[in-house]
Design a protein around this ligand. Structure first.
Ligand code: NAD
Ligand code: ZN
Length: 247
């Protein structure tokens, strides 16, 4: 299995890596499905409710800060590091991620090589003027006032920079992801159950345009039958065994 993955990577000129929550479980961030996981405890707050209700905004910020302990201490793991190495080597052109934890960037993948389909929860923006805010500052304000934060410039609502349920997929990111996928000769999906659309469409687009498809996931995924290689194993150990550091 690993030998085949190594060969596919060696043969590739423009690989794309696609990651889901599974790549970050080894950094102690639970995935969506894990029992009692951070994300499964609550019904998600829909974007429309966030905009309409101060109480929904308060609740969203309470939940976000309750997760800070986990998110702030999370460090990139062997899987993130191996991907960063493949980007450095010029093998991987683009890392498309469903994750919102920013760990690909922290592992050394340049910002312009990462496409965050669902945004990023490590900072916030004003929904109206897009002004960026750091969470430390927002947390201080929230704990002081008990009110959901509003923008200094335009009084708009401030929200973590994620794409919430009910919020449109980001156009530029979707276009970047599609362009990279169309140009890919190898598409490696890691740690995603590949059920969330439209994101899960990318492996199929790659395949239909001639790329080889590799899936690495602990358990079976929706697209296993489409793949040229399926590895049901841990991502960190799998990638660490395949990618050699060049320095
Ligand atoms: P998912 O939870 O539906 O699927 C994750 C998959 O990864 C599962 O099939 C699981 O078996 C597998 N997995 C977990 N740890 C693994 C490991 N170490 N090695 C191999 N496989 C492993 O996740 P999804 O499909 O990415 O969708 C969940 C959604 O929730 C995403 O859209 C994302 O935005 C969000 N989310 C993000 C984070 C994060 O940023 N770290 C965490 C949880 C959820
Ligand atoms: Zn604003």
């Amino acid at each position: 299995m690993s030998a085949k993955l190594k060969r596919l990577i060696a043969d590739a000129r423009a690989a794309v890596v696609f990651t889901g929550a599974g790549i970050s479980t080894e950094s102690n961030i639970p995935d969506f499905r894990s029992p009692g996981g951070l994300w499964s405890k609550y019904r998600p707050i829909e974007f429309g409710d966030f905009v309409a209700s101060a109480e929904a905004r308060r609740e969203a910020w309470r939940r976000r800060f309750a997760m800070s302990e986990v998110l702030d201490h999370a460090r990139p793991n062997r899987g993130h590091d191996a991907i960063a190495e493949l980007v450095r080597q010029g093998k991987v052109t683009t890392v498309i991620t469903q994750n919102i934890d920013g760990l690909h960037q922290r592992s050394g993948v340049p910002e312009d090589r990462v496409v965050e389909l669902h945004g990023n929860t490590m900072y916030a923006t004003c929904l109206d003027c897009r002004q960026r805010y750091e969470l430390d500052e927002i947390r201080k304000r929230f704990e002081r006032d008990g009110e959901p934060p509003i923008c200094d410039h335009c009084n708009g609502h401030i929200k973590v920079a994620t794409v919430s349920f009910g919020q449109a997929m980001p156009l530029v990111e979707m276009q970047r992801a599609e362009a990279a996928t169309l140009a890919a000769d190898l598409f490696i999906a890691l740690g995603s159950s590949l059920v969330v659309y439209p994101a899960a469409a990318f492996p199929l687009i790659a395949k239909r345009h001639g790329a080889k498809l590799v899936i690495v996931n602990r358990e079976r995924t929706e697209l296993d039958a489409e793949a040229d290689l399926v590895i049901h194993a841990e991502i960190g150990a799998t990638l660490a065994g395949v990618v050699e550091r060049s320095n």
